[in-house]
Design a protein around this ligand. Structure first.
Ligand SMILES: Cc1cc2nc3c(=O)[nH]c(=O)nc-3n(C[C@H](O)[C@H](O)[C@H](O)COP(=O)(O)O)c2cc1C
Length: 174
């Protein structure tokens, strides 16, 4: 799948089929995270793949907005170790993993509001690490609403040279 097509069609997936995701696909998704950019190429991310149903269920209870983790085929818990810009490096790696997953038919959803200490206990990670997210992955129950993204128009969020100068001026001047 071409990159723009993946971005155009990738929607938050919260309902997953019970099917397992093959291990080679999970490794490809992790590869995308491994190859992401990071500040000074420090690669501070640590990925924990969780497919144990009991643990997924426990993780789903560590946030009020992530019940769907329980029904995922697997989740990737993303932690940062000694990162200067943890959210930036972490978000880049996770977004790359989510896009590659989507290009392979696997849906996902970013989750927030975790009780970080509980997540760390469940996964037995060092307390110094910083949690970025635990993202559920799996094959979507419903076919994707292809191209049906509800997003602001470009004119509402993009400008040309100075704030307030419509982006359409860029096109007019060429
Ligand atoms: C920073 C961030 C935090 C999010 N937190 C949650 C969350 O806690 N639970 C959830 O179900 N979805 C969460 N989402 C998913 C968004 O709700 C979703 O991307 C947005 O509604 C657009 O959905 P769509 O791509 O299906 O149109 C989060 C997304 C981002 C980028």
């Amino acid at each position: 799948m071409e990159v723009m097509e993946a971005i155009r069609t990738n929607l938050a997936v919260r309902e997953f089929r019970p099917d397992k995701v093959p291990k080679d696909i999970i490794i490809k998704i992790l590869e995308a995270g491994r190859l992401a950019h990071s500040s000074k190429n420090t690669q501070p991310w640590r990925f924990i793949v969780v497919d144990d149903k009991d643990r997924l269920s426990l993780l789903s209870k560590t946030t009020p907005t992530g019940a769907h983790i329980a029904n995922a085929a697997f989740a990737i818990a993303l932690f940062m170790e000694n990162a200067k810009l943890p959210e930036v490096d972490g978000a880049r790696a996770m977004e790359d993993m989510m896009l590659v997953a989507w290009s392979l038919g696997v849906g996902s959803c970013w989750i927030t509001n975790f009780d970080e200490e509980k997540v760390k206990q469940i996964l037995n990670v060092p307390k110094e690490w910083k949690l970025i997210t635990v993202a559920p992955f799996g094959y979507p129950v419903k076919p994707a609403r292809k191209g049906k993204k509800k997003r602001k128009a470009l004119e509402e969020i993009a400008y040309y040279n100075t704030y307030g100068n419509p982006i359409s001026r860029m096109i007019e001047q060429r």
